[in-house]
Write a protein that binds this ligand. Structure first.
Ligand code: SF4
Ligand code: SF4
Length: 141
């Protein structure tokens, strides 16, 4: 059985492998966002970052991502305010709010495909910013 480290450790106590494994691979944070000036509500569009591989939902240059894309979020426990830009399904946001991991999370299912099978990820829903600048709103953050 998997060690459910996220239940006995805070985000600040996790090692780098544990921290990285919290990412479910949804790629929602790799979509362009819109903010309603009046309400402050933030929405994901269906336009993805130029570095996102839409077939795998993985970054094509993860190591250099923050140098290549100024708006790329580099998550760390030292900057908890950044979790507010993550979707409500994201493990970093959920754990920082005292919530559980969702049942489809790969750490619980043991299957990286489960985030796609559950319809949470951007797979099949987004177009690269390299191909279009026409967007529709996908969902609220
Ligand atoms: S939203 Fe969260 S879980 Fe999804 S890709 Fe981004 S960091 Fe990973
Ligand atoms: S640089 Fe990579 S991790 Fe950052 S938003 Fe783009 S695709 Fe996502």
């Amino acid at each position: 059985m998997t060690d459910e480290f996220w239940k006995r450790k805070s985000l600040a106590q996790m090692n780098s492998d544990e921290w990285e494994s919290l990412c479910d691979g949804c790629a929602l944070c790799c979509l362009q966002k819109l903010e309603d000036e009046d309400s402050g509500e933030v929405f994901f569009t269906d336009i993805s970052c130029k570095l996102l591989d839409l077939d795998t939902c993985r970054c094509t240059n993860y190591e250099s991502r923050t140098k290549l894309v100024a708006s790329c979020l580099s998550l760390s426990i030292e900057d908890p305010a950044a979790f507010g830009w993550l979707p409500s399904t994201c493990a970093y946001r959920r754990l920082s709010n005292g919530e559980e991991l969702p049942a489809w999370h790969p750490l619980l299912t043991g299957d990286p495909q489960s985030v796609h099978d559950a319809g949470i990820s951007v797979m099949g829903k987004a177009t690269s910013e390299l191909e279009t600048d026409e967007y529709t709103v996908l969902r609220q953050i």
